[in-house]
Design a protein around this ligand. Structure first.
Ligand SMILES: Nc1ncnc2c1ncn2[C@@H]1O[C@H](COP(=O)(O)OP(=O)(O)OP(=O)(O)O)[C@@H](O)[C@H]1O
Ligand SMILES: [Mg+2]
Length: 287
C-alpha cells in the first residue's frame, strides 16, 4: 500500500550567529505498510515521527528518497494520492471562530464533496463520534478528548483509504484513549490502512499489527509487538541493585523464577515493548 525507500529530511536554517544549522530529522528510512494494517511509528521526542508523516502526506518536502502509494510514485500522482489519504495532525488546528459544523464543512469543501453528500457525511460522522450535539458550538468549548475525536472525524470526511494519525491520544485520560483505540480498530476492520505515531508503548501493543521503532531519525527495527517481546524473552525479571532497576529476560516463567530465587527480591512479569525499546535504543526518558 505504502512503500518508502531511503526517505531523508534535512532541515537547514540560519542560527543566531548567522551560521547555517543543519538537522537530519529523518535519515535513510525504508519501510513498507500493507493494506489494512495498523502500523505504528514508535519513538521518543524528536525521533522524526511527525516529519515522516508530513513527508508522506505532502506537507513537507523530502530531501531525498522515494514514496509510492499502491505503486504510484508520490510526485507524479499527488492529486490521486491526496484523495486516498486523511490526516489527523499532532496539534489541534480547528478554526475557533467557526462552529464545529463549519469546520467540518470547510474540510469537506477542500475535498470537493458536493453539498448534499457533504451534509450527510458531516451528520453521519458527528453521530459516529457522538458529538452531534456540538455542531453549533465553537471547538474551543470542547474538552481535549472531544477535540481529538473531532480531528479524527474531520480526517474521515472524504472516506480516505489510508489514515495518518500523529499521536492520536496524546494527553488523554485512559478511558478516552480506549474509546479512540476502539474507533481506530473499527476503521481498520472496515479496511482502512492506519499509520499512527505514538509515545505510548501500550498503545502500540494494543493496536498495532507492526511497529517501527525509530530513534534520532533512523529506523532501529520493525516487527510485530508480540515478536519483539518474544525475541527479547517473554518473561522479564526485574530487581533493584543499589537503587538502580535491573532486568533480565527469559524464554519461560520457570527459567525466570529459577533466576529470581537467587535474588533477595525480584518481580517476575511479561516483557513488554518498553523493555524492547530500552534494549534497542538504550533510553527510557522521553517516551
Ligand atoms: N521546521 C523545522 N525546522 C528545523 N528543524 C525541525 C523542524 N521540524 C522538526 N525539526 C527537527 O527535526 C527533528 C524531528 O522532529 P519531529 O517533529 O519529526 O519529531 P517527533 O518524533 O515527531 O517528536 P515528538 O514526539 O516530540 O512529536 C527534531 O530534532 C526537530 O527539532
Ligand atoms: Mg511529533
Amino acid at each position: 500500500m505504502i512503500r518508502v525507500e531511503k526517505l531523508t529530511k534535512e532541515f537547514v536554517r540560519k542560527g543566531g550567529d548567522g551560521r547555517i544549522v543543519r538537522k537530519l530529522a529523518v535519515d535513510d528510512l525504508s519501510l513498507e505498510i500493507k493494506k489494512g494494517e495498523i502500523f505504528g511509528l514508535l519513538g521518543p521526542n524528536g525521533a522524526g515521527k511527525t516529519t515522516t508523516i508530513r513527508m508522506l502526506t505532502m506537507q513537507t518536502e523530502k530531501t531525498d528518497g522515494k514514496i509510492w502509494y499502491d505503486g504510484m510514485a508520490l510526485e507524479e500522482n499527488a492529486r490521486e494520492i491526496k484523495a486516498l489519504i486523511g490526516v489527523v495532525p499532532q496539534h489541534i488546528n480547528f478554526d475557533n471562530d467557526l462552529t464545529v459544523g463549519c469546520n467540518m464543512e470547510l474540510h469537506g469543501r477542500l475535498h470537493h464533496l458536493a453539498g448534499a453528500e457533504r451534509q450527510k457525511r458531516i451528520a453521519e460522522l458527528l453521530r459516529y463520534i457522538e458529538l452531534e450535539d456540538t455542531v453549533n458550538m465553537s471547538p474551543r468549548q470542547l474538552s481535549g478528548g472531544m477535540k481529538r475525536r473531532l480531528l479524527i472525524a474531520r480526517a474521515l470526511i472524504h472516506r480516505p483509504k489510508i489514515l495518518f494519525m500523529d499521536e492520536p491520544t496524546v494527553a488523554l485520560d485512559p478511558q478516552v484513549r480506549r474509546r479512540i483505540w476502539d474507533l481506530i480498530q473499527e476503521m481498520a476492520d472496515r479496511g482502512v490502512t492506519v499509520l499512527l505515531t505514538t509515545h505510548y508503548i501500550e498503545e502500540a501493543e494494543n493496536l498495532c499489527h507492526r511497529v517501527a521503532i525509530i530513534n534520532k531519525g533512523r529506523l532501529v527495527d520493525i516487527d510485530t509487538p508480540e515478536s519483539f517481546c518474544r525475541r527479547m524473552g517473554k518473561i522479564a525479571v526485574e530487581w533493584h541493585e543499589n537503587g538502580v532497576r535491573q532486568y533480565r529476560f527469559f524464554d519461560t516463567r520457570a527459567q525466570g523464577a529459577e533466576f529470581a530465587a537467587t535474588l533477595e527480591a525480584a518481580h517476575i512479569r511479561r516483557s513488554n515493548l518498553e523493555d524492547v525499546f530500552i534494549e534497542l535504543t538504550g533510553r527510557r526518558e522521553g517516551l
